[in-house]
Ligand binder design. Structure first.
Ligand SMILES: *Cc1c(COP(=O)(O)O)cnc(C)c1O
Length: 408
């Protein structure tokens, strides 16, 4: 596989064919700066951060420097940052850890929403089996949680509220500061899965009253397999992995030094100039949305403006998401669908169903997620390829025929 660049445009090519990566909500390409920052810790500075000779000490210094950088990105303190293997682990640790801790005080109620990432939803399944009572708040048709619902759901035995900062499928940004204030007033812990939001939205854990926050490096041009949990000082967080003294004894195991350095670099770059990045990506997102909405019987999923600058999620009636993805792939476009058939299940996305979409509409959904590496040429390419693909699929679809006949 050879990646190439056209001299006259900002398109990427694989084996001479256009390649457009539009699945940045799934993962992102590591940036050159991040890769360069990591390399020394994979090669010459390979020491164990717990060792006392110089390459060990250098590794230790790098980890602590990364901790300070990561803390700064969220207005947290370095001692409030715990490095993990990613967003899923941070979610599991925060939620299970605090739920178990507070259950000892008779608090066995947890509040979340129906449209969380599976790292949170499946953690709730585990807690339910353990005897916790979980309230799943609904989301509005616009994909936004109503803070008044959070307030109304809090009980005297509520241990924790966990609500994602921005949704990974439809990109909607939640009123986190309002929810944080409600939780603070009620004396309930507040955790947010900010894996999609970090680097795309200004986050201030102090101003927004966030007690715990999860993020992951690979969603912001960092390496896979590394993330962090911010846990406010004073919140009792049980150990996650017993063993050595790493992460203040709470998560043992020799540090993933290169990964941690990469995470910090990615976070530093991503949070450096969010406003500018949003200003560059938003018009590309809006062009895609406008192009898709011009097509008959399509709808945008999630609020038009309160969404991540790089998220497009559109339902296209009369086509199946999988067929759409295959056709896009044949044209070199990597995207994602709102249905989960590829993961072995025929159920449409729980997120789209939560918005009130009918099964067959949810099945024909497409997510295009952009990053600051996406170029206008790539967006133009998608805008050129997508409409004829949809037309072609519809022309072969019995479902589309029925929709046209019944006209409802
Ligand atoms: C990707 C993602 C995760 C999982 O993060 P990993 O680092 O892949 O474990 C969790 N929550 C959200 C919202 C995500 O988008």
């Amino acid at each position: 596989m050879t990646l190439g660049k056209d001299q006259n445009s900002t398109m990427n090519y694989i084996n001479g064919k256009p390649f457009v990566y539009a699945d940045n909500a799934a993962t992102t390409k590591i940036s050159d700066e991040v890769f360069e920052a990591m390399l020394p810790y994979l090669k010459e500075k390979y020491g164990n951060a717990s060792s006392i000779y110089s390459i060990g000490r250098e590794a230790k210094i790098a980890v602590e420097h990364a901790r300070a950088t990561a803390a700064k990105a969220f207005n947290a303190q370095p001692q409030e940052i715990y490095f993990t293997s990613g967003g899923s682990e941070a979610d599991n640790w925060a939620i299970k850890g605090c739920a178990h801790q507070l259950a000892k005080k008779g608090k066995k109620h947890v509040i979340t929403t129906v449209f969380e990432h599976h790292a949170v939803l499946h953690t709730m399944d585990t807690l339910t089996k353990e005897g916790f009572d979980v309230t799943f708040l609904p989301v509005g048709k616009d994909g936004i949680v109503n803070p008044a619902d959070v307030k109304a759901a809090i009980r005297s035995d509520t241990a924790l509220v966990t609500i994602m900062y921005a949704n990974n499928e439809i990109g909607t940004i939640q009123p986190i500061a309002e929810i944080g204030a409600i939780c603070k007033e009620a004396g309930v812990l507040f955790h947010t899965d900010a894996v999609q939001a970090a680097g795309n939205v200004e986050i201030d854990v102090v101003a927004q009253n966030i007690d715990m926050l999860s993020m992951s490096a690979h969603k912001i041009h960092g390496p896979k397999g590394v993330g962090l949990l911010y846990c406010r000082k004073g919140v009792i967080l049980p150990n996650y992995i017993d063993g050595g003294q790493q992460e203040r004894g709470k998560r043992a195991g020799t540090e993933n030094v290169a990964g941690i350095v990469g995470l910090a670099k990615a976070l530093e770059l991503a949070t450096q100039n969010i406003e500018k990045k949003v200003a560059v990506i938003t018009p590309m997102r809006d062009k895609l949305i406008d192009t898709l909405l011009k097509i008959d019987r399509t709808r945008l999923n999630g609020d038009r403006t309160r969404r991540l600058c790089g998220n497009v999620n559109v339902s296209v009636e009369g086509v199946e998401g999988e067929s759409l993805l295959l056709m896009l792939d044949m044209n070199g476009i990597a995207a994602s669908s709102g249905s989960a058939c590829t993961s072995g299940s025929l159920d449409p996305s729980h997120v789209l169903l939560a918005l009130g979409l009918k099964h067959e509409v949810a099945h024909g959904s497409l997510r295009l997620s952009l990053s600051d590496m996406t170029t206008p040429d790539e967006v133009d390419y998608i805008c050129e390829k997508l409409p004829p693909i949809i037309e072609r699929l519809r022309s072969m679809s019995p479902l589309w025929e029925r929709i046209c006949r019944e006209g409802n």
